[in-house]
Design a protein around this ligand. Structure first.
Ligand code: ZN
Length: 397
């Protein structure tokens, strides 16, 4: 058997994959000196093909650690641009990346981290039409998504193609981890046959997430990926890890394959990808919640009417901690308190209600009109629009 160290004559492509160059030996030396990895393990990593769906909070540590560890081919699927609010947790990106497509920034950072590996980018939304084609070349699929339609899509496509799906999810202070889709193990549908009703589980954008949490859960996913490639240890297949960051506790549930599972059970009814937005009861990732039709006032109109001397009572229906971030000097009544505090509103003039983006305040205006208020308006676009159109010194969040 030839030495796995670089031969002196020029290598063929196949030999290059099946061996490590001098630089690679140096780069991966902390792996190579571990008997559990060694040269064999590092070559397995080099030959591995892993697809990351989503390059956000979970995708950032996943991409960084898998690239650093020498996973030979990494695929990334994402269609977002780097936003200023991403930087609090998406450590793959820097301030100078804001506004760039995430995959452009990610590829640059990962290539700098490890130029030895191949990085494939798919700047598109994963859909029922393209999922099988995108997943097919890879050995392992990693779910770093933040919405239910894509999560079910990733699960179903992995099971249909017979590929392991390393699952992680986060919310506020809590995380989950498992490995789905192994031949004898359960899938995501075995655990959650039905998606939650739309709107019941808030997204990170709505509910917030503590910055380190995706770092922890994404790193746990990366560890499961490496174990699957190396074939070492006990994978999380058949187990669900529940992480509570506030309590700093890890609990574990046993998961069984559901014999009734329509995707991987005994009498399968799902043989191809379906419409996941319909399945989850949402029209599309960006689709806003059903809007209540109420009279609206634009920020510019509000400014002009106030400065013309009109008597306006401004109600802010956000939460106290949001009021602390920024406010328009409105009278604070959180939406949930409105029914019992409605008499505090001075209805002798015009009433304008606002929140962050105009969704909660539309509900409040609807409620107030039904409660008999006749001169009540919703501030269109909320405090975000006020910042854009009237006063840029008001911070957006
Ligand atoms: Zn199943």
């Amino acid at each position: 058997m030839p030495s796995p160290i670089q031969p002196t004559r020029p290598q063929t492509a196949a030999e290059a994959v099946a061996s490590l160059s001098k630089e690679e030996v140096l780069r991966y030396s902390r792996h190579l000196i571990m008997p559990e990895v060694g040269m064999d393990g590092q070559l397995k990593l080099k030959q591995a093909k892993v697809l990351l769906v989503g390059s956000g909070g979970l995708g950032a540590p996943l991409a960084l650690y898998l690239a650093a560890a020498g996973v030979g081919r990494l695929g990334l699927v994402d269609f977002d641009r780097v936003d200023f609010t991403n930087l609090q947790r998406q450590v793959l990106f820097g301030t100078s990346d804001v506004g760039l497509p995430k995959l452009t920034a990610a590829k640059r950072r990962l290539t700098d981290l490890n130029p030895e590996i191949q990085i494939d980018t798919y700047e598109t939304q994963l859909t029922s039409e393209n999922a099988l084609e995108i997943l097919r070349p890879y050995d392992i699929v990693v779910d770093g998504t933040d919405n239910f339609p894509t999560r079910y899509l990733v699960n179903d496509a992995s099971v249909l193609l017979g590929k392991p799906n390393v699952y992680g999810s986060i919310f506020r202070f809590e995380g989950q981890l498992s490995v789905f889709g192994l031949a004898d193990g359960p899938c995501y549908r075995c655990l959650y046959p039905e998606p939650p009703p739309p709107g019941l589980v808030p997204s990170c954008a709505e509910g917030g997430v503590l910055g380190v949490l995706p770092g922890i859960v994404g790193s746990l996913q990366a560890m499961e990926v490496l174990k699957l490639i190396l074939g070492s240890g006990n994978s999380m297949a058949g187990r669900l890890l529940l992480f509570d960051a506030l309590a700093m506790s890890f609990r574990e549930l046993k998961l069984r394959k559901n014999r009734e599972c329509p995707l991987c059970g005994e009498n399968r009814t799902i043989h191809q990808l379906i419409d996941y937005y319909q399945f989850c009861g949402v029209r599309g990732e960006e689709a806003p919640p059903p809007a209540v039709e109420v009279p609206e006032m634009t920020p510019v109109e509000l400014r002009d009417r106030k400065s013309s001397g009109e008597k306006i009572f401004l109600v802010d229906v956000r939460e106290p901690h949001e009021y602390q971030i920024c406010n328009l000097d409105g009278y604070l009544i959180p939406l949930g308190d409105l029914p019992r505090r409605v008499q505090e509103i001075d209805a002798s003039g015009t009433v304008v209600v606002h929140c962050r983006s105009g969704v909660r305040s539309a509900q409040a205006v609807d409620f107030l009109r039904k409660a008999g208020f006749s001169r009540v308006w919703n501030l269109k676009g909320g405090i975000l629009a006020w910042s854009d159109e009237v006063d840029p010194s008001v911070p957006k969040y």
